[in-house]
Design a protein around this ligand. Structure first.
Ligand code: MN
Ligand code: MN
Length: 487
């Protein structure tokens, strides 16, 4: 750099400062281009399909079912580890019906690693307890245990739907999905009337509604026979459930039943710039990853692999959570099928360690109504595209993988080369709170990984908000990652 001439003044000095600003500073821009109607149309169309995915897949099981259907329609076949795989093959594997992996096989040596995009398809919700049914004051209610981080007060006085599976004694599975069709009834958790809420209104937000108060109202007509019949309201509902679905109170013990908002995904704003809906954390990243994989048309170098996890919202444990060995095991079986021979243990480990991954999870979008919890310099903003998070965690970066500078730089350089806009953001101010993603668990397996995904407002609420252009640009970004990363 040349020495700055102190004698330059006025317009000349301003011009020079402007040039330095242009060349040396960096900022992230809003991406909407009102002059490009074709792009806006493409974004709107893409998000109409995404709304369907949100409505169809309100639980991890339903999102797996939806994904498998979408994959099959687009030429993907169930992975058979006993058969060999060749470039261009499209496969999927359901992990116990609650997580799914899908791949497009590339031409490159599988021992040199895959390109992965991983998202989670479970969302905060309210689960039924194992012994849920009781009657009180001539009403039938269900006891619940909430799942994931929720503000409990957001779930009362809302139309709710019941989704899940009941396994009968004969091992038959009954799928429940009640409250989604306009002709269905819905369910609800009652809130205290404001007229009598003087004490409640003095409580802390975390105690306004407690976990044990999240009781779901499901009935009020008694079983016939008069007032002498013991628990006749409960009997009325159990009888109705047996008639309609064939299960008993005993079958509910082993069932997996999830209570979710009954509302549908909607466009938000006069200009429809946003999508509002339940479960966008993290199905927005799951859907964009899946579509990016499906839309890969050209022959690929590195094998592209989408992994959709369960259990992220409760710490990624369990057989279908990201800490499960099942996921790298399936990846290793894919490597074996591509090689067409039995690889050694160290070769399999090579293939995992040479893999590169985007942990695709939502970011906290800066909310101008609550600016005090954000660092405006280090926040992601709705409308500025896919957001990287080098690290998440809480306190002094506790519980994060904190991606390497080399890998972060490699991925952003790739996006720059492909003309893909991106931004960065932390999850709020230091020591304000925090959270984690699945990235740390892939890092444990030895995969290079960084978090990036769609910024979301009202995260973990019944109606999360995302900007449509961020959703679309995230899809474009994942597609470029699959096509070009280390290709
Ligand atoms: Mn979450
Ligand atoms: Mn998430």
């Amino acid at each position: 750099m040349t020495e700055v001439n102190q004698d330059v003044k006025g317009d000349e000095a301003k011009k020079r400062a402007e040039e330095v600003r242009k060349n040396l500073t960096f900022s992230f821009k809003n991406l909407w281009n009102p002059e490009n109607q074709d792009e806006i149309n493409a974004i709107m169309d893409f998000c109409e399909d995404y709304k369907v995915a949100l409505d169809e897949g309100k639980t991890e099981r339903e999102f797996v079912d939806y994904s498998v259907e979408l994959l099959k329609v687009n030429g993907f076949k169930a992975f058979d580890p006993s058969e060999s795989l060749k470039p261009g093959d499209r496969i999927y594997e359901s992990i116990h019906g609650k997580a799914v992996m899908a791949a497009v096989i590339g031409t490159a040596d599988p021992l040199k690693g895959f390109n992965l995009v991983g998202a989670h398809i479970d969302s905060p919700r309210i689960d039924l307890k194992t012994n849920p049914v009781y009657e009180a004051s001539d009403m039938v209610l269900l006891k619940t245990h909430y799942y994931g981080g929720i503000k409990k007060y957001q779930w009362v006085a809302q139309p709710l739907a019941i989704h899940g599976v009941v396994i009968l004694k004969n091992n038959e599975t009954i799928k429940l999905r009640i409250g989604e069709d306009p002709s269905d009834p819905v369910f609800t958790i009652t809130d205290l009337l404001v007229h009598l809420a003087a004490d409640q209104m003095q409580k802390k937000a975390s105690e306004v509604v407690t976990g044990e108060e999240l009781n779901v109202l499901v009935g009020g007509i008694p079983f016939p026979g008069g007032e002498d019949i013991k628990e006749r309201f409960k009997l009325g509902i159990l009888h109705l459930l047996y008639q309609q679905y064939g299960f008993t109170e005993r079958d509910l013990v082993t069932a997996e039943i999830e209570v979710v908002p009954a509302t549908r995904a909607r466009c938000v704003g006069f200009d429809r710039a946003f999508i509002g809906g339940y479960g966008q954390d993290d199905r927005v990243c799951a859907y964009t990853a899946l579509r990016a994989l499906i839309d890969l048309k050209k022959p690929l170098k590195r094998t592209a692999l989408v992994v959709l996890y369960d259990k992220e919202e409760i710490g990624s444990g369990g057989i279908t959570g990201a800490r499960s060995q099942l996921f790298p095991s399936v990846q290793k079986r894919m490597v074996r099928s591509i090689l067409g021979r039995e690889p050694s243990a160290i070769e399999l480990q090579d293939s995992i360690e040479c893999s590169t991954m985007l942990s695709s999870d939502v970011a906290a979008a800066f909310d101008p109504t609550f600016p005090s919890v954000f660092d405006p310099l280090n926040s992601s903003y709705a409308g500025r595209g896919i957001a990287f998070a080098k690290y998440t965690g809480r306190g002094g970066k506790g519980g994060t993988s904190d991606a390497n500078a080399e890998y972060f730089s490699e991925v952003t350089r790739l996006f720059d080369e492909c003309g893909i806009p991106w931004q960065v953001g932390e999850l709020g101010k230091v020591d304000q709170g925090g959270g984690g993603t699945v990235a740390i668990f892939q890092a444990d397996f030895g995969i290079s990984v960084i978090d990036c995904g769609v910024p979301v407002l009202s995260m973990h609420s019944c109606f999360e908000i995302a900007s449509k252009i961020d959703i679309y640009m995230t899809y474009i970004a994942y597609k470029a990652f699959f096509e070009k990363m280390r290709a």
